[in-house]
Design a protein around this ligand. Structure first.
Ligand code: NDP
Ligand code: BG6
Length: 485
């Protein structure tokens, strides 16, 4: 059984809390992973009593994890809801932190403050916690992304938070690091000897990391329009996946051992030059199109998006990790909204055989690690096709984690919330990592700001602008779906 806790969620009525945080906590509770006296305190401005708020959470559970709710039954849901209390608190009013302090002081438990609010509220909350003496050394604070919109603002936020809390108390969330298959990537790389000898420039031709989404900007048009795909996805999720892929084996799974290795990757990313910014970046924006047979609107017609907006909803880029292991190996990253399908995957393309004794072309081996929608690892190899002669055909060895492991998979937020309650920071970004990621990203933002212009249009339901295929073609390769069987 884990420690007793008080989890205070600022922004407790918000979309993220209702859609992700309470469902994750409920699932952990159903598995018996929450201390039986652990409490969740939701804080936001609206005036609500506990009962009205619990009804809202109950509706959210039924909406977002209906099958879990049905199989758990009413009694389990009621027991979970009884952990939750609601506190009407305007985060900008320093006086109101007294009520929060009073409720926390009654108990001896691990206190966690989860800032599920926009970063503009971070100064007020950190100030309020400090003024009420709630930033004691045994508390923890969780920061939701985005942590700033550029290098300068992210540094300001980090300075502010670290003015009240020690680095060891700060948990910067990137939910991609909590995904099961990202954990599996660590297991695959460092729990087996098979791949390690091949995991370098001698054998790998290129690496591709894709996070494609079929959804548009949904209800977050206003936020997204001032953010764009690069800040929303590349600066954090894609770079974290790249780090886990490219890092050296850490000496242990200790938080700093892992994060030190990730940091080395970020520091080794090839610095941008004017030429590479021009040649290695593609930004796109979705136009109206057909997605799974349904007509969907253009980005600029979405609610909350400025007419004529030049915000990118798609980014593809080529970079390199400048170290002995990876020098010369292109890393292609891409992400986009309203793409042909929801798919997050890592593709390692190996070098082609140096000499062929068979008829026809030999496709190079490919290792495809899919994070979502399914969780699988496929190794594409050449095999003899049945019949006369020695014609080879590409086939794959398939490891489907759902078939192998029947247990319920933890959701990313569930894992990360449990890690915070237990004090395990391995899957959270340290300040120097966040800083290094922004440092590498800043020239791209500066380049686009200076260049002006508009992103290239791509039809909703497609795989992005044709320019992204040219990006890989120049490097003598192609995106994974273009190579599919
Ligand atoms: P919402 O706008 O849905 O929620 C904001 C929350 O903050 C509400 O609970 C609101 O309640 C509360 N709030 C606003 N002002 C104050 C205030 N002065 N005092 C106290 N509470 C306040 O945002 P999201 O939940 O979508 O996002 C929260 C953060 O998480 C954002 O930074 C977002 O970028 C990030 N994020 C969101 C994701 C998502 O999928 N939604 C994914 C990843 C990150 P009230 O108005 O009642 O005060
Ligand atoms: C969030 C982004 O961090 O990740 C969203 O802000 C995006 O724009 C989401 O949709 C994708 O997460 P997942 O887990 O659904 O792939």
């Amino acid at each position: 059984m884990d420690n007793n806790f008080d989890l205070v969620i600022f922004g407790g009525t918000g979309d993220l809390a209702l859609r992700k945080l309470y469902p994750a906590l409920f699932m952990a509770d159903c598995d018996g992973r929450l201390h039986r006296e652990g409490r969740i305190i939701a804080a936001a401005r609206q005036t609500l009593d506990d009962s009205a708020f619990r009804t809202r959470v109950s509706e959210a559970l039924s909406r977002f994890i209906p099958s879990m709710v049905t199989s758990a039954g009413e009694a389990r849901v009621a027991a979970f809801l009884s952990r939750i209390t609601y506190l009407a608190l305007d985060a900008t009013n320093v006086e109101q932190y007294r009520a929060l302090k009073a409720s926390l002081n009654e108990r001896d438990s691990q206190t966690v403050f989860y800032l599920s609010v926009g970063p503009s509220l971070f100064p007020a909350i950190v100030g309020g916690l400090k003024a009420a003496d709630l930033n004691t050394p045994d508390t923890r604070i969780v920061l939701e992304k985005p942590l700033g919109r550029d290098l300068v603002s992210s540094r300001e936020i980090n300075d502010l938070v670290l003015g009240a809390f020690a680095e060891s108390q700060v948990y910067r969330i990137d939910h991609y690091l909590g995904k099961e298959t990202v954990q599996n990537l660590l297991a695959l790389r460092f729990g087996n000897t098979l791949l390690e000898p091949l995991w370098n420039r001698s054998w790998v031709r290129d690496v591709q990391i894709t996070i494609a989404e079929a959804v548009g900007v949904e209800t977050r048009g206003e936020f997204y329009d001032s953010t764009g795909a690069f800040r929303d996805m590349v600066q954090n999720h894609l770079l974290n996946l790249l780090c886990i892929t490219a890092m050296e084996p850490p000496s242990s799974l200790d938080p700093d051992a892992v994060r030190d290795e990730k940091l080395q990757v970020l520091r080794s990313l090839k610095p941008w030059t004017r030429e590479s910014l021009r040649e290695n970046l593609v930004r796109g924006q979705y136009r109206a199109g057909l997605l799974r047979g349904e007509q969907v609107p253009a980005y600029t017609s979405e609610q909350g998006v400025a007419a004529g907006s030049a915000t990118e909803t798609y980014v593809a880029l080529r970079t390199e990790v400048g170290n002995w292991r990876w020098a010369g190996v292109p890393f292609y990253l891409r992400t986009g909204k309203r793409m042909a399908e929801r798919r997050a995957e890592l593709v390692i393309n190996f070098n082609p055989p140096p000499h062929s004794i068979f008829e026809g072309v030999l496709a190079p081996n490919r290792l495809v690690i899919t994070l979502q929608p399914e969780e699988s690892v496929r190794l594409y190899t050449m095999a003899k096709a049945p019949g006369d002669g020695m014609r080879l055909r590409e086939v794959f060895l398939d490891l489907d984690f759902h078939e192998f492991f029947r247990e319920r998979r933890q959701d990313a937020y569930e894992r990360l919330l449990l890690d915070v309650l237990r004090g395990n920071a391995t899957l959270f970004m340290r300040r120097d990592e966040a800083d290094a990621a922004w440092r590498w990203c800043q020239p791209v933002l500066d380049f686009w700001a200076a260049e002006g212009g508009t992103p290239i249009g791509y039809a909703a339901g497609s795989w992005g602008p044709p320019a992204s295929s040219r990006l890989t073609a120049v490097g003598g390769t192609a995106w994974h779906e273009e190579l599919q069987l």
